[in-house]
Design a protein around this ligand. Sequence first.
Ligand code: VGL
Ligand code: ZN
Length: 210
Amino acid sequence: MIRPDDTALIVVDVQNDFCTGGALAVAGGEQVVPVINGIMPEFGTVVFTQDWHPAEHVSFAANHAGAEPFTSIRLDYGEQTLWPVHCVQGSRGAAFHPDLDDSRAQMVVRKGFRPGIDSYSAFFENDRETVTGLRGYLVSRGIRRLVLGGLATDFCVAWSAVDAASLGFDVTVVLEACRAIDLDGSLAAQVDVMRSAGVSVVEALPAGPA
Ligand code: VGL
Ligand code: ZN
């Protein structure tokens, strides 16, 4: 372990459905696996997140008559993009990529399990009120700095990074450990949103304290 004790690596949604051949494949998603496996041993605290939806989940286009994936609808809590059915609880698609070294994960945060609320962020669900509990876990472990990688850069990684920064964590996103969906320019837009929120968005993990 070469990173300071107050630093955690957050590995976001490196699941089969976001990799090549998966239901919501992110181009080159599986390419993050060797990068993440390579940096994990540097961290004393490693948390994985896992998108974990019931079959009747509100974010699935298939659950809205006539709706196509990658369109959006208005819910009580605001705009919600509709996705192909993905990361259904207990399915192979919801499992972590088989080459990801999950033995190093000390905590797995499952999110998006409430039928009526999606959750991109690892901290707050898409209603922006319901919490996942990750903040409490990290604070009680003495964590102040976070390094994020995973899938997808412009959804779950970005939303998690921005929330973490707003909660007062020092946040670094490592782009070589991420791949994006890039829906209508969302990658560039979310990199801007992250930078405006004070997130350090870097190509590779800096050698010193991140
Ligand atoms: C994600 C869309 C829907 C992600 C999860 O992990 O970025 N994106 N569910
Ligand atoms: Zn999802």
